[in-house]
Design a binder for this molecule. Structure first.
Ligand code: AMP
Ligand code: GLY
Length: 441
């Protein structure tokens, strides 16, 4: 039924490789723009950049693409969905206006307020000096300072006290990019707890909640070091049980989708909630308007039913007609292998060896995040280079398989976190001990 479908995946990271891989398994003929060395093996790469909206519209038209799926947020915020729709092309993702739930932290807070969705208390300011005055006048306490607008993870400062918060505001004030965009500043209450990711696919009315995951945003083991795009993920996370997931759907996802619709900014696509599990329950840290990376990789290997069908039904606004997705019972673990220097500047072009041996490790998929082909060789082409993903009958087994594959892969300067999924393993252990009535646990 789906054998002749032609799908365009926009982007060139691990998320897009995982989407292309899954869509190919669902029977689609896949084009990826611009793609990477990994996507070239599951579909056809076309050298059009994700930011080149006009070029992508032309590509979809010329190649009679049935459905386009967008990976990166920048393309969504730039209006790729609006442009495709105006050209009469089917595309999965939110409009530019709806993508502001990710693109503008202040807009996000307004929606959360409208939907009465739990989140950190906050104040927003039109200028750096207003934010500074506010911080100077109020009591000294831990806060988070955020720049409004997309900042690729660099616009958030988690501060222990007033002095740190004022320093963060000053850093923003001194950043020419920030001041040129005349963006607002948010000062919000710092929340404590465990962070999890819950993603949902929605057509603006019906919501399909995906299994919960945990990302690892800090660069180094033990959550030390600078913030990154994500160094690994695992799924499902035992921090969110079925009851809590139902609660997150009812108190966070559903009211957000409704608030968007009531605000005349209906949201279609992937709504990704970054949540803090606080003592008062789950609270929203942020919303993203797309699949997470590396969350997408850890999700796709567990999805047994058709992704294509879910995306199609979302675009056609008939998600209620599709059966619930079927997830494999196994756990998944994704370990990101990064280039030397990441999250700072990195060298490109170093050849990668061992990919075939890694692919032969049972239950492993090596998704490429930043690679390209150079005369038949696969070379590293960015910061997060590979997303090595494994399934396992237990989380421990999935972790073992993922790291067994990681050990096969080499290039000069390659590194990864060694503790992906460990928080989940500890949590699962605690839960077992409680279940066994082991008071000493
Ligand atoms: P954001 O881009 O808003 O998700 O922020 C990036 C990271 O900063 C999050 O993943 C959290 O680790 C941290 N963060 C953001 N907001 C808060 C908050 N209110 N309390 C504690 N940590 C936060
Ligand atoms: N892994 C975090 C993100 O995709 O935003």
């Amino acid at each position: 039924m789906t054998a002749s479908r032609r799908v365009l995946v926009v982007g060139g990271g691990g998320r897009e490789h995982a989407l292309a891989w899954k869509l190919a398994r669902d029977g689609a003929e896949v084009i990826v723009a611009p793609g990477n060395a990994g996507t070239a093996a599951v579909g056809e790469n076309v050298a059009v950049a994700a930011a080149d909206v006009a070029g992508l519209v032309a590509l979809a038209r010329d190649r009679a693409v049935d459905l386009t799926v967008v990976g990166p947020e920048a393309a969504l915020v730039a209006g790729i969905v609006d442009a495709f729709r105006a050209a009469g092309l089917r595309i999965f993702g939110p409009t530019a206006e709806a993508a502001r739930i990710e693109g503008s932290k202040i807009f996000c807070k307004q929606i959360l307020h409208r939907g009465d969705v739990p989140t950190a208390m906050f104040r927003d300011f039109r200028s750096v000096s207003q934010a500074r005055e506010y911080l100077e006048a109020r009591e000294d306490m831990p806060v988070v300072v955020k720049a409004d607008g997309l900042a690729a993870g660099k616009g958030v400062f988690v501060c222990a006290d007033r002095a740190e918060a004022i320093a963060a505001v000053n850093t923003l004030g001194a950043d020419p990019q920030f001041t040129a965009a005349a963006r607002g500043v948010l000062v919000e209450e710092r929340l404590d707890g465990v962070e999890v990711s819950v993603l949902a696919i929605t057509d603006g009315r019906t919501i399909v909640t995906l299994p919960p995951l945990q990302d690892h945003k800090a660069a180094h083991d033990g959550d030390a070091g600078p913030n990154t795009g994500g160094m690994g993920a695992y799924c499902p996370t035992p921090f969110v049980d079925a009851d809590m997931l139902a609660d997150i759907e009812a108190r966070i996802l559903v009211p957000t989708v409704h608030a968007m619709r009531r605000s005349k900014v209906p949201f279609h696509g992937v709504l990704y909630a970054g949540l803090m599990l606080t003592a008062q329950g789950p609270k929203v840290l942020e919303f993203n308007a797309r699949f997470g990376d590396p969350e997408c990789e850890a999700l796709m290997v567990r999805l047994d039913s058709s992704l294509l069908e879910l995306l199609d039904a979302t675009v056609d606004k008939r998600l209620e007609t599709v059966a619930d997705p079927v997830w494999r019972d196994e756990s998944s673990v994704t370990v990101v292998m990064a280039a030397e220097g990441y999250p700072g500047p990195v060298d490109r072009g170093r050849p990668i060896t061992g990919l075939d041996a890694a692919a032969r490790v049972p239950d492993v998929q090596v998704f490429h995040a930043a690679t390209r082909l150079d005369g038949g060789r696969v070379v590293a082409d960015g910061g997060r280079v590979l997303a090595v993903t494994a399934l396992g009958s237990t989380l421990a087994r999935a972790k073992l398989q993922a790291y067994t594959a990681v050990k096969e892969i080499r290039w000069p300067g390659a590194w990864c976190r060694k503790d992906i999924a460990d928080k989940g393993l500890r949590r699962a252990h605690e839960l077992l001990a409680v279940e066994a009535g082991d008071a000493t646990a």
